[in-house]
Design a protein around this ligand. Sequence first.
Ligand code: ADP
Length: 241
Amino acid sequence: QLEAANERLRRQDAERTRFITLVTHELRAPINTIHTCMELALTSYASPEKIREILERVKSRTAELSELIGDLLRLARAREEASLKEQVELVQPDDVLQNVVQLMKAEADSKDLFLSVDIQDGVSHVRASPDRLKLVWTNLLSNAIKYTEPGGIISVTLRETAGELVGTVRDTGIGIAPEDQQRIFEEFYRAENARSVSPMVTGVGLAIVQRIVENWGGRICIESELGLGTKFTFALPRADC
Ligand code: ADP
C-alpha cells in the first residue's frame, strides 16, 4: 500500500514538473519576442514608421501573454476544484445554454456563421456550477467559431438520454487530423492547421473543459474529419441519478 502511495506521489510530481516546463516554455516565447523588439527599437536608427511597427508587435505579444495568463488562472482553478471537490448546486442546463447562445450569437453573426440551436424541452437539472457550465459551452462554441470559415454552420444541441444530459457542438470548420484528436485535450496542445488559422491561441481551453466535465462525473469526446468539421459531445449525469 505504501509503495502504491509512493508511486502515486511520484506520478503527481512528474506531472507537475512536466506542466511547469510547458508553462515556462509557453511564457518564454512571447517574452523573448518583446525583448528583441525593445532592443531593436532602442538601439537601431529606425524610422518612426519602423518603431511603430515594432511597438505594434510588442502590443500583440503582450495581448497574447495576457490571454495565456488568464487561461493559466482558469486552468489552475479547474485543477484546484478537482482536488477540493468544488461546491456544486442544482443547475437548469437549458437556461445556461440559452444564456451562452445569447452572448455568442453576435460573434457568430459577425463571422457570417449560421448558428442553429436545438434544446429539448423540460430537461432535468444537473449538479454543477452555473459559471463553470457556462465556461464549458463558451469554450466549445468559441472554438467552433474560431475554426470555421465564414459561411459555415454551427449546430448546438442539448438533450436528455438514459439518465444523462448530453450537449453537442458541431461545426463545418477545418477539422482535426486523427493523430491530433488524441492530444487536443492536453494543456497547450494545438494542431498545426489551427495555428495557421489563429496564431494567438493558447491551447488550454479544452484541457479546462475536460477537467470541469470530469469533475462532475461526466465525460467528453470528439468526432472530426479534417477539412469537413468537428463535433464535441459531452455528457453529465442527471441530478437525481
Ligand atoms: P485553443 O483553441 O486556444 O488552441 P483549445 O484547448 O480550446 O485551445 O483547443 C486545442 C486545439 O484543439 C486547438 O488548437 C485546435 O487544434 C483543436 N480544436 C479545438 N476545437 C476545434 C474545432 N472546433 N475545430 C478544429 N480544431 C479544433
